[in-house]
Design a protein around this ligand. Structure first.
Ligand code: GLP
Length: 247
């Protein structure tokens, strides 16, 4: 007998995608005002975050005890670069929500001791009760955060290289010369797996294969998101363009 793994997967029309994801963030805060919510940055999530902030404002929700943190960060760039994750999250929702600086946690853009700073970041999340909900985007090659193919599933938060295409883009956009190092710092896959709940957000036909492989392909570090198959509380929200074909 063959069994097909089933998931809590919601596929919605493309124009309902961001709002559907935003509602999950909103409901999480409504049910747990001291929630610790991790956010991903990129093309997928900007609109989700703006709608999340709008929902919170429309319902006058108290977010004074809410913690928001970033899953990852590009390093070696300035804080006001529009591609820095801290800049994106501030402009997409953190400023609008009025989150106090002490409740907005980001991995640093520069460090003289990445191991120390990554450990401190993880410790602070643990001190706040761990991750209530982690919003994840999905790379076309199956990466999550800066966990590129090949990253061990046991990996904790770390600083490493960024993908070549991203590095080239950031150098172009910031005018950063080649002799100044750029990198990426991220929660590791083991940290991701410790989240109480994960919401994987995927849209667009270009992500359909990656999503299908992530959910039903062989579990392998070649496709980091396959680690999520073992998560006990995973929810997937995709649009109909990215939705895996019925299996
Ligand atoms: C980026 C980020 C991730 C993001 C993912 C998908 O490199 N480091 O946090 O979730 O890749 O990005 P996008 O939504 O732009 O496709």
């Amino acid at each position: 007998m063959t069994t097909t793994k089933t998931y809590r997967l919601t596929a919605v029309a493309p124009d309902a995608f961001a709002e559907t994801c935003a509602r999950v963030l909103f409901e999480t805060v409504k049910n747990k005002p001291d929630a610790v919510i991790g956010l991903s940055t990129g093309r997928t999530t900007g609109d989700i975050h703006r709608r999340f902030a709008a929902l919170v404002r429309a319902h006058n929700l108290d977010v004074s005890r809410l913690t928001i943190f970033g899953l990852d960060e590009v390093t070696g760039v300035s804080r006001d670069y529009f591609g820095a994750c801290v800049w994106m999250l501030e402009h997409e929702c953190v400023n609008d929500l009025g989150i106090a600086p002490e409740n907005f946690l980001m991995l640093p853009l520069t460090s003289d001791d990445w191991e120390r700073d990554c450990d401190a970041f993880r410790a602070e999340l643990a001190r706040r009760g761990g991750i209530t909900l982690l919003e994840l985007g999905l790379g076309e090659n199956g990466h999550i955060g800066f966990n590129q193919p090949g990253t061990p599933f046991e990996q904790r938060a770390f600083h490493g290289r960024m993908h070549d295409y991203l590095e080239a883009r950031i150098r172009r956009e910031t005018g950063t010369p080649d002799d100044i190092p750029l990198g990426g710092v991220t929660l590791g896959i083991a940290d991701v797996m410790d989240a109480h709940e994960i919401m994987l957000c995927v849209n667009g036909a270009h992500k359909k294969q990656a999503l299908t492989d992530a959910l039903w392909g062989p579990v392998t570090t070649d496709l980091p998101a396959t680690a999520l198959q073992a998560h006990p509380n995973l929810r997937i929200i995709c649009d109909t363009d990215a939705a895996p074909d019925p299996v």
